[in-house]
Design a protein around this ligand. Structure first.
Ligand SMILES: Nc1ncnc2c1ncn2[C@@H]1O[C@H](COP(=O)(O)OP(=O)(O)OP(=O)(O)O)[C@@H](O)[C@H]1O
Length: 305
């Protein structure tokens, strides 16, 4: 499924060649990226045959930056992001090749128990539906306290205080009063805030957020994006954000990786991708953004932030 129409060097009309999206790491990050994904290949083996969902993707995330994985439905964004901590169910999935290094650790060679330590700890996932992180049976407080204690030596009382701090950090009104609530007693936006608090419980260096605002009302979307951006800037947590929404990318991304059919066809700084997209697929994605005027703004700006 790999993309083959990308010229290797230069173009006939003399315009800059598209960046070799799967080439060597960006030089400014080459020294010590927090996350380095190289030539990742993830397949699914089903009765219908083998799908190369991610077919040789490479990208990096530096400490404290937001990188967006963008692309149309089915381009491999979720599979790429979930392959990083091997959340992919194997079988039918198979991580068939490549390396994933996180702060010097080769994640793909870790044992299941070692990986469990990293997952929910130094790397936390936030999903489109908060139900992916929250158990409907238990109270918010119970779940948060468990998450805090799993990754620390805190006593129950200390963990409870930390849970209240985390709820406060994610902007939950009356945080102490929320501990006894069950998830269904909260709005969708509040549930996603709790899911982000759960992610913070393990004191992560990287949050992988897969369409975290897609299921929310549009006014709440910007608030949750603003929350993630505040966590990045104030706590120095890097964010790998999966989204199909280029309006979201314009709001929060430092750098962008554009996926198509399991292949990274373009990557670069957000300003470069928006102002000078070099791959035709990226240009088509941009052209489909309502209100996009090619000056770096969208209709979305000015909404509740
Ligand atoms: N469990 C699975 N079994 C078989 N194929 C799968 C499975 N999960 C994903 N795929 C396939 O992998 C490819 C990439 O899917 P993925 O969910 O990563 O796309 P995406 O870019 O995240 O799309 P969306 O925005 O719709 O979630 C698709 O062709 C999809 O059908």
């Amino acid at each position: 499924m790999g993309d083959t129409d990308e010229p290797g060097a230069g173009t006939p009309d003399g315009s800059p060649a598209p960046e070799d999206a799967n080439g060597p790491p960006d030089s400014e990050n080459a020294s010590e990226p927090l996350l380095s994904v190289e030539n990742l290949q993830t397949r699914f083996h089903t009765d219908a045959g083998t799908t190369r969902a991610v077919d040789g993707v490479s990208f990096e995330v530096a400490r404290g930056e937001t990188v967006c994985l963008v692309g149309e439905s089915g381009s491999g964004k979720t599979v790429a992001s979930e392959s990083i901590t091997r959340l992919i169910r194997e079988p039918p999935g198979e991580i068939a090749g490549g390396t994933v290094r996180f702060d010097g650790i080769d994640l793909l060679s870790l044992s299941t128990s070692e990986l469990r330590e990293v997952r929910g700890g130094r790397i936390a996932h936030v999903f489109q539906h908060p139900q992916g992180s929250l158990n409907p049976v238990y109270t918010v407080g119970w779940q948060l306290i468990e998450a805090v204690r799993l990754h620390s030596d805190l006593t129950k009382a200390e963990a409870r205080a930390r849970a209240v701090d985390l709820l406060d950090r994610v902007g939950m009104p009356n945080p102490a009063g929320r501990l006894d609530d069950h998830p269904h007693e909260l709005s969708g936006g509040q549930q996603q805030r709790v899911a982000i608090a759960m992610a913070l419980a393990g004191d992560p260096d990287l949050i992988i957020a897969d369409e975290p605002t897609t299921a929310l009302d549009v006014t709440i979307q910007s608030q949750v994006l603003g929350l993630l951006d505040g966590i990045r800037s104030e706590l120095g947590v890097a964010v790998l954000l999966v989204t199909h929404d280029l309006g979201v990318v314009a709001e929060v991304a430092d750098r962008v990786v554009v996926l198509r059919d399991g292949d990274a066809v373009e990557r670069g700084d957000v300003s470069k991708i928006f102002e000078r997209p070099s791959h035709p697929y990226t240009r088509r994605l941009l052209d489909s953004v309502p209100g996009w005027d090619r000056t770096g703004t969208t209709d979305r700006e000015g909404e509740d932030g």
